[in-house]
Design a protein around this ligand. Structure first.
Ligand SMILES: [Zn+2]
Length: 463
C-alpha cells in the first residue's frame, strides 16, 4: 500500500487514484529565464523519484510539467538582450531539457508552455468573472479571496487580518501580503508582450497558468500535485481557489511538497556566493549521477544541506556502487548459494516497504547497501555462485528503474581472458605468486587491470 504525506490534510494517507492503476500527476515546472540551480533540481529529482516509483508499483503515470515562459523575469530578460520573448525562452527551455537528460530525469508526457495556452486561461478567467469570483480593476482582473470561504486550506493561512478588496499585482508575495491576486494583467504603455483577448489586452498572471494547463491535460479533479514548499503559498493556494471556484469540484486529492535545499547551512543566494547552477557543478568536474544521488538520497520532506563535501561523498558512494555492480563478473564459485536469493527477497521487500511509506528513500537505500555488504561477505568466503551473480545483477537493474544511478556499460570479456583470470586466482590460492604475477602482467598488456580486494579479485578495462 503506497502512502503519501498530504499537505492538504496534514496526514500520511493511503494513496488511492481516481482511476484504478492510473495516476494523473502535475508538477510545477521552471520559469525559463535563467539556468536552473541545484535548489530547483532538488524538487525535480524528488518528482522523478515519485514518477519512477509509481511506475515501479505498476501504475500508469500521466504527468504534466508546465513551463512558465511569460512573466516579469522572462520579459525583462528578453528586453535586456533585445530579442523576442520566444527566442529568449526557447534558449532556456533547450538548456532545461538538456539538464533533465543529464540528470536522468524522466520527461513528463506533457511540457506545456504558458504562452501556448492563453485561450484556456482566458476561458477559465471568464468563468470566474461569470460566477462572481473575479472582478476588474483598472482593466486588470483579480480573484476575490473573500468569495472563496475555504481560501487558506492548504497553507493554513490566517485570514482574520486581511483587508477585503486589497490587491496584489506581483505573482510572488509573502503570507503577510495575502490579498486578492491578479489573474490577468492589463497592458501598460511601453509593454512589449500582450495578447488581445475577449477579457482585454494584457497577459496572464502566473497562478492561472497551472490551473488552466493541469485541468486541460488531467481533468478538473486529478490525483497528485507537487512542488517545493515555497509553492504552497501563494501559488498552490491560489491554484486551488481559482480551480475549485470555477468548477465547483475538488481540484487535487494529494498535495506533495519537497523541503528546502540549503547550501552550507544557508539559503542559496547569489550575493552570498553559495549559488550553484547545475552547470557550475558539471564544470567543476562533478559526476551528474552523483549530484542526482545526493539530491535523491535525503527524504524529500527533510531539508537538505548541500555541501561540496557531501557531494564528494555521494561521488564515492556512486563509484563504489557501480564498481560493485561492474565487478559482478567473475570469481564466483560453481556452487549456487540459496541464502543469497533469500537475502535479495528480503532487500527487495524492504526497499518497497520503505518507498511505499511516503518515499522513505533512506530506509530503501540501506536495504540495498545491506545486501551489498552481505554479498561481499559471501563472496569473500567463496559462497557466491555464478547464478547468484545473475540474481544480484538483476535485482540492482530492477531497482535502477527507480534510482537510476547505475552505469550500464556491459563489460564482458572474451573467454580466453576469463580463463586467464581464473588461472591466476587458482595460482594465488595455491600461493604460486610468480604465476599469478605473470598472468597479471599479461592481462595488463591486454588492457585488463586486476584489483585484489578483501573480497576477491575484480577486473576493469584500462583507459
Ligand atoms: Zn505551478
Amino acid at each position: 500500500m503506497v502512502k503519501f504525506y498530504n499537505t492538504l490534510t496534514k496526514k500520511k494517507e493511503e494513496f488511492v487514484p481516481i482511476e484504478d492503476k492510473i495516476v494523473r500527476l502535475y508538477t510545477c515546472g521552471p520559469t525559463v529565464y535563467d539556468l536552473a540551480h541545484i535548489g530547483n533540481f532538488r524538487a525535480y529529482v524528488f518528482e522523478d523519484l515519485l514518477h519512477r516509483y509509481l511506475e515501479y508499483r505498476n501504475y500508469k503515470v500521466i504527468r504534466v510539467m508546465n513551463i512558465t515562459d511569460v512573466d516579469d523575469k522572462t520579459i525583462n530578460g528578453a528586453k535586456k538582450e533585445g530579442i523576442s520573448l520566444r527566442e529568449y525562452t526557447d534558449r532556456y527551455i533547450k538548456i532545461f531539457i538538456e539538464d533533465m537528460e543529464t540528470f536522468r530525469l524522466k520527461k513528463p508526457d506533457y511540457l506545456p508552455r504558458a504562452t501556448e495556452h492563453i485561450d484556456e486561461m482566458v476561458e477559465l478567467i471568464k468563468k470566474l468573472l461569470e460566477k462572481g469570483y473575479a472582478y476588474y480593476k483598472d482593466n486588470s482582473i483579480y480573484f476575490s479571496i473573500s468569495k472563496f470561504p475555504s481560501y487558506g486550506k492548504l497553507s493554513g493561512i490566517d485570514l482574520s487580518q486581511i483587508k477585503i478588496g486589497a490587491r496584489v499585482d506581483t505573482d510572488e508575495y509573502e503570507k503577510e501580503d495575502v490579498r486578492d491576486f491578479v489573474l490577468w494583467k492589463a497592458w501598460k504603455e511601453q509593454e512589449s508582450v500582450w495578447w488581445e483577448t475577449e477579457i482585454g489586452k494584457g497577459r496572464p498572471g502566473w497562478h492561472i497558468e497551472c490551473s488552466a494547463m493541469s485541468m486541460k491535460y488531467l481533468g478538473e479533479t486529478f490525483d497528485i500535485h507537487t512542488g517545493g514548499v515555497d509553492n504552497i503559498f501563494p501559488h498552490h493556494e491560489n491554484e486551488i481557489a481559482q480551480s475549485e471556484a470555477a468548477t465547483g469540484k475538488k481540484f487535487v486529492n494529494y498535495w506533495l511538497h519537497c523541503a528546502h535545499l540549503l547550501v552550507n547551512g544557508e539559503k542559496m543566494s547569489k550575493s552570498k556566493g553559495n549559488f550553484y547552477t547545475l552547470r557550475d557543478l558539471l564544470n567543476k568536474g562533478y559526476n551528474p549521477v552523483a549530484i542526482r544521488y545526493l539530491l535523491l538520497s535525503t527524504h524529500y520532506r527533510d531539508p537538505l544541506n548541500f555541501t561540496e563535501v557531501s557531494l564528494k561523498q555521494a561521488e564515492n558512494t556512486v563509484k563504489n556502487y557501480n564498481e560493485f555492480y561492474q565487478g559482478l563478473n567473475i570469481c564466483a564459485s560453481e556452487k549456487y548459494n540459496p541464502e543469497i536469493k533469500e537475502e535479495i527477497e528480503k532487500a527487495k521487500n524492504r526497499f518497497i516497504e520503505a518507498l511505499d511509506d511516503d518515499l522513505n528513500i533512506s530506509a530503501s537505500l540501506s536495504s540495498v547497501f545491506n545486501l551489498i555488504k552481505k554479498v561481499n561477505i559471501f563472496f569473500s568466503k567463496g559462497e557466491f555462485g555464478k547464478d547468484n551473480v545473475k540474481e544480484v545483477k538483476e535485482f540492482l537493474e530492477d531497482i535502477d528503474s527507480v534510482l537510476c544511478i547505475l552505469e550500464r556499460k556491459e563489460e564482458t570479456l572474451p573467454d580466453e581472458i576469463l580463463d586467464l583470470i581464473k588461472k591466476r586466482e587458482e595460482a594465488r590460492k595455491r600461493k604460486d605468486f610468480k604465476t599469478a604475477d605473470n598472468i597479471r602482467n599479461l592481462l595488463k598488456e591486454k588492457g585488463i587491470i586486476l584489483e585484489d580486494t578483501p573480497y576477491g579479485t575484480r577486473w576493469k578495462k584500462s583507459c
